[in-house]
Design a protein around this ligand. Structure first.
Ligand code: GLY
Length: 376
């Protein structure tokens, strides 16, 4: 099956270290060129442009890369920048317009709190979890997406962990119930029996009944949008770290097995597995980066019960990194390109960030690289 070649971490390590250095240069130069700006996607390799945002959800990725650099290097310059950019996001703890508060706060205030133990930072995280929980639709038993009250997105699986965090830190059972209900509804309506995922579910607001699958960024309602699949794989893996519920781990494994079965040998997927061969079947490197980081954690979660499966997921993660840490994807040979990782896709149909660098691709690539570098 694809992905069965063995990638040795020791052989890959020098290129991983090069990625850390290159990412440091790119982020530093974005900070200097565009102070206090939070990029989302590039146009012709440039972060600053007038293109539509669709939604403002990426602040935690830019600041999160600064936290990763601060942790990897211990350099006080990175620590100061990470704190500064995180503070710029603090007001978002009350933001009721997005479903992305996990993306924003778990990559900023969580590492900041880990580094300091400062109670005030813990309270920001708890408030962000409480705010996200306000999106709960009690009839449909899901957290509504940013687009409409009747809409549930697979992407929310990456954000629901901040409600688990708030539930754990406060002991509030209502928060835990909301988070659990959201995961079970997502499992029922968006995770398909074969392990693929739908992007969106539409509900009847009067009865709470699930009506149909839908999509915004995938090819079709019933297709396999690969970034959504990666969000589910990584999201359920993180949820498992809070719940210890084997159902959550089993879903992440089904997602992973589907991903690995349909990927090419590089394990970097097209933006949707169902795009026919031809000029529209282009890669989404960001889906690969998310999968690399999620598979790394999934391997750790599987290790105690099944070391053989764990080794397979870990090797898959390293295979993706081996593919991405190359001239084909990493922009180190293009002096005019402002991002780190080329060939991401934001919104194919709206023509936003198509074959460009995208901020979550940048972040999860660096996060996965950092996880591998920290391993013994
Ligand atoms: N809004 C989340 C995504 O584009 O994947």
């Amino acid at each position: 099956m694809p992905g069965s070649r063995v990638v040795e971490l020791d052989a890959l390590r020098p290129r991983l270290e090069q990625v850390v250095e290159f990412a440091a240069r790119q982020v530093r130069s974005t900070i200097e060129r565009l102070p206090d700006f939070f990029p989302i996607y590039t146009v012709d390799g440039r972060w600053s442009h007038q293109g539509e945002l669709w939604t403002d959800w990426c602040g935690g990725f830019h600041a999160g890369m600064m936290w990763i650099q601060a942790e990897l290097t211990g350099d006080p310059w990175w620590r100061a920048r990470a704190e500064h950019y995180s503070k710029l996001l603090e007001h978002r703890q009350f933001d009721r317009d997005v479903h992305d508060l996990g993306f924003i706060f778990l990559n900023t205030y969580l590492p900041w709190h880990r580094a300091t133990g400062d109670e005030r930072l813990r309270h920001v995280l708890i408030q962000a979890g409480r705010t996200l929980a306000l999106r709960f639709n009690p009839k449909g038993r899901y957290l509504r997406s940013f687009v409409a009250p009747e809409s549930l997105f697979i992407d929310v699986m990456m954000n629901v962990p901040i409600i688990y965090y708030a539930a754990r830190e406060t002991g509030d059972p209502a928060l835990r119930e909301i988070a659990d209900a959201h995961c079970r509804t997502t499992e029922r309506v968006l995770v398909r029996p074969d392990g693929s995922t739908a992007h969106e579910g539409i509900f009847d607001l009067d009865t709470g009944a699930f009506l149909r699958e839908s999509t915004h960024q995938g090819l079709r309602a019933d297709s396999a949008w690969t970034r959504g699949l990666a969000w589910s794989l990584y999201g359920y893996t993180t949820v498992y770290s809070y719940t210890g519920d084997p159902a959550d781990l089993a879903i992440a494994r089904r997602n992973a097995d589907y991903y690995l079965a349909r990927c090419p040998a590089s394990l970097v997927p097209p933006w949707d597995f169902d795009v026919p061969d031809g000029p529209e079947r282009i890669d989404d490197s960001s889906a690969g980066a998310i999968a690399a980081s999620g598979l790394w954690d999934l391997a750790l979660a599987c290790e105690p019960g099944d070391p053989t499966i764990a080794a397979r997921y870990r090797n898959a993660s390293l295979t993706i990194l081996d593919s991405l840490c190359s001239d084909a994807y990493t922009a180190w040979n293009d002096p005019d390109w402002e991002g780190v990782l080329k060939h991401g896709v934001y919104h194919y149909h709206k023509k936003l960030g198509v074959d460009e660098s995208v901020m979550w691709g940048e972040f999860f690539f660096l996060e996965a690289v950092a996880k591998a570098l920290r391993a013994d």
